[in-house]
Each structure stands twice: as structure tokens, then as C-alpha cells.
Write a protein that binds this ligand. Structure first.
Ligand SMILES: NC(=O)c1ccc[n+]([C@@H]2O[C@H](COP(=O)([O-])OP(=O)(O)OC[C@H]3O[C@@H](n4cnc5c(N)ncnc54)[C@H](O)[C@@H]3O)[C@@H](O)[C@H]2O)c1
Length: 460
């Protein structure tokens, strides 16, 4: 039997809740880990052979722990009663209504969860913010939790998640750091130690950083803002490269070799996506406005502006190079996921690129190894002529152009001679991720337009 103080619940079985809890269960066999969600379909997926999300390495971790000390349930209330440590990993999307619409975080799911915790608790709990939240949310949460009339004590801890989709299991197994923020009173510090003990099962002590709650909450927003800022910075430079015949790949390498800058997150592309970067920057922007720091807000907002610019710049270049019209032409997109090794399409550049091309009356064929199910949902209701085809050769047949939108490794290994032969001529490739062998494609006969590099064209 598992001890009460070693029974953990995570509310929210999504891209974060599922993998993080699977790894905790795998690494800490003396803890019982329950993952609960109101979405029955998701829970059924977690309990089945086909997990609800695609993530390299996830399946084997889940299979090792599931049924031993890892359990998935939709009975959130019973799980609240049972657990002593509760992680909350529900979604915190950008608000679409009312005050702060389009920028502030929508905290309704978080607050609903906090209220369920109060209502169904029968003893003291540690409640952990795993979701990304605005600074000082813990304060509001603490108020809601402490307002109970049962005499119960709740300690609120901030423990933001830094894993990235596509590499979640590696990131969780060997994190750069685990950040834990706690209130500075005695009870907060005792709770902090219990969470440090949990992570100490597998994370070296020097990688566990403890702070106050506010620094921890803010650090997560800032980490995402800084990462996205690097992408927007290099993407903005790719536009200059196309005008000046400088090569963005060389520029990235040259500046990345500077140890003060470093090589990561300097690959130019069609823009960043994912559920977090845009939402967290806008959230940071909103906070800056709230605290009357308009200059700071404007600075960070421009990171999102450049991202929008990069997506539309990519499409505009396609149209320009294809004789100023794509109307009635078949255009094939390789990739719909926001990055390689995930099926997640939230805020994926592919979505905006598809919309823009459909507005120009292109006929789209979209191929992706893992994301077509989500792509179908994203494009549902959008006007225009599009089809989702798993087989890349089918998708490219009769097309005027191929656009590489996601950096899936397997795109490099396709038989491009076979693809070229099946396409309309002149055949174009727009490599929005700079992953293909451009010279080879040019020799096959393609007109090749890498991003931020000189074109290899038989037409110009
Ligand atoms: N996706 C990432 O890569 C990532 C990385 C770090 C942090 N985060 C943050 O983690 C949080 C969760 O992100 P995600 O990608 O896992 O979201 P998600 O949408 O995949 O999962 C959230 C889950 O919470 C469930 N939920 C909502 N309200 C609930 C309630 N009242 N009770 C029970 N379950 C409820 C939903 O049904 C959903 O399954 C967000 O704040 C996000 O910003 C995400």
C-alpha cells in the first residue's frame, strides 16, 4: 500500500500532465501517481494501447508504470480525496473575451480546479502550479484554497514545467533544472522540502533550484519569451539575407559559435508555434501593461509581431515566385505539426500558412507523419480546396509546388526524383526549414527556394 503523503494527483492529463507524471511514477516507485482529467476520451486513451499524444519514448515509460504506481482516471473528486500532493496541469489559454482578451491568460480552468480541490478535500494538501500562470496567481489561488470553512491548510507551490514537446521524455529524465517556488512562511518551506524530496529521486541536487513563488512563476514566462525571442531575432535576419545574398545558415552558425550566444534556437524557419510561446509572451505583455510598463510590453509584443510577419512573408514569397498566382494550382505542404516529433498542431504556422494559401485559391494537399488528425480538426470549417494525405508521393502528385513546413527528419529521405517526375512543371520547392539538400534538388530540376538563402532556380 502507498502512504498517503506519497500519493500524488495531477489534474489535467494533457501534453504536460501525462508525460511528467509518467516519468515521476517511473522514477519514484514508492509514490502512487494518479492522473485525472474531466475529458473521458483522453483518459480512455491513456489507459489504452494508443496513447492520446505522440511523444518519442513515452509509450514505454507509461507501459512500465501503468497499473503499478501510475493510474489514469476521470474521477477527479475521488482522486482529490486520496492524494496529499496535487499538481495542477490544466490548460491556461489566452483569454478570448472581456478584459485582457487576446493577451491575458484565461484562468477559468485553473480556478475551477482550485474550487474542486477545496470542495473535495478532507485533509491538508500541497497544491502545485504546473500550468504556466501569470505572476501572483499563487496569491489568488492561496486565497481561494484557504477560504475553506473546514479548517484545512493548503500550501501553494509553483513548479513550472520546462519540457519541450518532441523531446519531453529526455527533458524530464535529465532536466537542465527543476524550479520550485514556495511561500516564505514555515508551512511553505516544509511543503517545498517535500517537493524537493520528490524530485531528488532522480534529479541531482544542484539542478533543483528553489525560489520564492513569484520568481518561479515569472521565470517560466521569461524562459518562453527569451526562447521565442531568439527565433524571432533569427527569422528577422533571414529576411535581410534574402535581400542581400547573405546565407542565414552561415550567419546562424557564425553567431552561434560565440559562446556568449550559443547555437541553440538559432535555426530560421517559418515561425514558432506550439501552445505556449505566443500565449506566454502575450501574457507577459499583458502583465507589463497591467503594471504600467508600456515600453517593456511593446518590446515583447514585437516578438509575436515578427512571428506573424515571418509566416506571411513565407507565403508571399511563394506566390511571388510562382508567377504571382497560386489560384487553381495544387500546392503540397510537407508537415503540419508545429515542430518535428509531435502530432501537436496548436498555433502551428502550418495553420496560418494553409489559411493564407486557401484564401489565394490554391488547392492544398497536406502530408504529415503524425499530425493529420489534428490538422483535420484545425481546418474543419475553413473554406477552400484541401485534402489530407498521409503518403507524401500521393500528396505531391500533380503539384506545382512543395512547401516544407515542419522539420521532420524523414522528409530528407524521400525520393525527390520520383516526386519531381510526378509534379507539374516548372516544379517549385520552398524549404521553410532548410532541411533538404538544395543543390541536389536543383540538379533534379526543381526551382529551389530555401529560407534566408539565395534561390537555386532555373527560371531566374
Ligand atoms: N505543452 C507544452 O509543451 C507545455 C510545456 C510547459 C508548460 N505548459 C503549460 O502546462 C499547462 C498544460 O498544458 P498542456 O499542453 O498539457 O494542455 P492540454 O490542453 O494538453 O491539457 C490540459 C488538460 O487539462 C484538462 N482540464 C481542464 N480543466 C480541467 C478540470 N477542471 N479538471 C480536470 N481536468 C481539466 C483538459 O481536459 C486537458 O486534457 C499550460 O498552462 C501550459 O502553458 C505546456
Amino acid at each position: 500500500m502507498f502512504k498517503k503523503e506519497k500519493t500524488i494527483l495531477c489534474i489535467g492529463a494533457g501534453y504536460v500532465g501525462g508525460p511528467t507524471m509518467a516519468v515521476i511514477a517511473d522514477k519514484c516507485p514508492e509514490y502512487k501517481v494518479i492522473v485525472a482529467d474531466i475529458n473521458q476520451e483522453r483518459i480512455d486513451g491513456w489507459n489504452s494501447e494508443t496513447l492520446p499524444i505522440y511523444e518519442p519514448g513515452l509509450e514505454s515509460v507509461v507501459k512500465r508504470a501503468r497499473g503499478k504506481n501510475l493510474f489514469f482516471t476521470s474521477d477527479v473528486f475521488a482522486a482529490i480525496k486520496e492524494a496529499s500532493i496535487i499538481f495542477v496541469s490544466v490548460n491556461t489559454p489566452t483569454k478570448t473575451f472581456g478584459e485582457g482578451a487576446g493577451k491575458a491568460a484565461n484562468l477559468q480552468y485553473w480556478e475551477a480546479t482550485a474550487r474542486s480541490i477545496v470542495e473535495h478535500s478532507e485533509d491538508d494538501k500541497i497544491v502545485i502550479e504546473k500550468s504556466t500562470l501569470p505572476v501572483r496567481t499563487a496569491e489568488a489561488m492561496h486565497r481561494i484554497l484557504q477560504s475553506n470553512d473546514k479548517g484545512l491548510n493548503f500550501d501553494v507551490i509553483s513548479n513550472p514545467e520546462f519540457m519541450a514537446e518532441g523531446t519531453a521524455i529526455d527533458d524530464l529524465n535529465t532536466p537542465d533544472r527543476v524550479l520550485i517556488g514556495a511561500m516564505e512562511d514555515e508551512s511553505g518551506q516544509i511543503a517545498l522540502q517535500r517537493i524537493v524530496d520528490l524530485y531528488s529521486c532522480w534529479v541531482p541536487k544542484e539542478r533543483i533550484k528553489t525560489t520564492n513563488v513569484w520568481s518561479s512563476e515569472l521565470s517560466k514566462l521569461v524562459a518562453n519569451a527569451m526562447l521565442a525571442q531568439r527565433i524571432s531575432s533569427i527569422n528577422s535576419i533571414s529576411a535581410i539575407c534574402e535581400k542581400t545574398d547573405a546565407n542565414i545558415v552561415d550567419v546562424s552558425e557564425a553567431i552561434g559559435l560565440d559562446s556568449r550566444i550559443g547555437a541553440k534556437f538559432l535555426k530560421a524557419g517559418v515561425g514558432f508555434g506550439g501552445s505556449c510561446f505566443q500565449k506566454d509572451i502575450l501574457n507577459l505583455t499583458y502583465l507589463c501593461e497591467y503594471y504600467n510598463l508600456p515600453e517593456v510590453a511593446k518590446y515583447w509584443e514585437s516578438v509575436v509581431d515578427i512571428n506573424n510577419y515571418q509566416e506571411s512573408r513565407f507565403v508571399k514569397r511563394m506566390i511571388r515566385k510562382m508567377f504571382n498566382t497560386v489560384a487553381g494550382k495544387k500546392v503540397t505542404l510537407f508537415g503540419f505539426a508545429f515542430k518535428a516529433d509531435t502530432g501537436d498542431t496548436r498555433e502551428a504556422p502550418a495553420k496560418y500558412i494553409s489559411k493564407m494559401l486557401l484564401e489565394e485559391h490554391a488547392q492544398l494537399a497536406i502530408s504529415d507523419p503524425e499530425a493529420l488528425e489534428n490538422a483535420a480538426k484545425d481546418l474543419d470549417g475553413i473554406e477552400g480546396d484541401y485534402e489530407l494525405i498521409k503518403c507524401p508521393y500521393e500528396a505531391a502528385k500533380g503539384a506545382h509546388a512543395i512547401a516544407i513546413i515542419t522539420e521532420w527528419n524523414e522528409f530528407k529521405d524521400y525520393d525527390y526524383k520520383k516526386i519531381f517526375d510526378s509534379m507539374e512543371k516548372p516544379a517549385f520547392i520552398f524549404d521553410g526549414r532548410n532541411i533538404l539538400d538544395h543543390k541536389k534538388l536543383y540538379e533534379i530540376g526543381f526551382n529551389v527556394y530555401p529560407l534566408g538563402q539565395q534561390a537555386l532556380s532555373h527560371l531566374e
